[in-house]
Design a protein around this ligand. Sequence first.
Ligand code: NAP
Length: 498
Amino acid sequence: MPTHTTRPHMRETVDETRRRRMPSVLIIGAGISGICMAFKLKEAGIDNFTIIEKEQRIGGTWRDNTYPGLACDIPAALYQYSFELNPHWSHFRAPGAEIAAYLEDVVDRHGLRPHLRFGEEVTAARFADGGWRVTTANSSTFEVDFLISATGFLHHPSVPNIPGLGSFSGPLFHSAQWKPGVRIHDRRVALIGTGSSGVQLVAALAGAPRRLLVFQRTPQWIFPMPNWKTGGIGRALRRVPAFREAEFRLLRWLYHTIISRATVEPGWRRNLIGWLCRRNLRTVTDPELRSKLTPDYEPMCKRIVLANSFYRAVQEPTVDVITEPIDHIAPDGVVTADGVLHQVDVIITATGFRAHDYVRPTELVGAHGRTLTAAWQDGPRAYRTVALPDFPNFFIMVGPHSPVGHTSVTEIAETQADFALQWIHAWQRGAFTAAAPTRTATDEFYRRLHEQMPQTVWATGCRSWYLDSNGTPNVWPWRPEAHIAALSSPDEGDFELK
Ligand code: NAP
């Protein structure tokens, strides 16, 4: 570990600019955050970088998820990079395929494609002699000055631990591993899970299968989020850059001021969103079904589901919501705890992701042989969401406690990429060879974070993928503006430099 602290000397003189060194950078993952980091490097004139991607295409979660009904559940105009505002969104909340195409387009427009290496899965990365040595499953090795993990958090499908899952005789697959060749139409289909993915699937599938059995373990609050076609006028207006920019800023302001703020402080915003959800639930006319769909926890405690046609879909005569717990899977269907066998032809598990795996299973070995497994034995932690003590010249995008609570992931990624870039610039000026946050600064960040957490809606009592194994929400407990402020410029005393 670095032994002394100096100032990274963030401001640059003309002479220093002339003396700049060119760093080598490796980005792991070509999803939203990896592409963002690559763009920022390129824009800064740093060309010596590679993005390695284990699959054969870019896009991350928007490449993997192709299920029917997949769409952005926040406005597409917000779910885009500020440096590449797209005038062509077909819907207020764009379909998944459009977002995947948008990301491809960004890669081409900004000349990032030559930097991509597909089919390379990182197996190990070790810090030594001021840089990272990274090995892949194909035995490729990369030696770089900086390592950026952009592996995302909605990446590893969570396979439910239900006995007998392997015994089912028909097709059984996860929502993120959609099988377009499997016939759904006119068959009996079981859908397990009613999170954001399950809800979108129910709305898209209802009416197609002969019976759609929705196995709900916990009801969800559903925020009535509209979706409309943008239409010719909308698209024409967006061709005017000033209008595009205004729409983006307005939506960002609305999200920051109302929705994100509602998650981190009690008050009228939280009450308003709760009221809208309760009002939405009243559109379910059958009292028995409504009662099944009524959560017993506060709206937004779980990541709220934003949808406009789920309640309509579950009221279709061919759809059943089953709340009896699943006991096991049999070869011909799902058996619930009351002993009933629900015979089905297809089972879809919309059971979410192992969201806290981040860069793992890759083992990182930082300074002094410190492993990521040891560093994260009590759960994933990162200094202000982006960097880890003992792991110099390493930045993690959309990592632990990134403010995923209803902020656009593009905004988070841009903030974090800008922060990493400031350190890379300091390295270019010769301010250090290796830099990592101190344990003291990281512990202090966590002390403040834990102090703040009880204010948040995620701590009001529910089970959700936001919670880590200790039951602490793995989310940013302040307003999104605080995340931007925390990473706006490196806090020089918080890092140890060599
Ligand atoms: P999720 O929110 O984690 O939901 C998983 C669902 O599966 C829950 O209903 C859960 O029940 C259920 N489940 C898990 N294990 C189960 C088991 N063993 N038996 C029965 N039920 C089980 O996952 P997701 O729906 O894939 O969404 C994850 C996140 O992805 C979202 O929160 C959102 O951030 C993102 N997403 C975004 C979009 C978009 O449009 N932008 C679309 C889809 C997803 P419990 O509630 O009881 O745990």
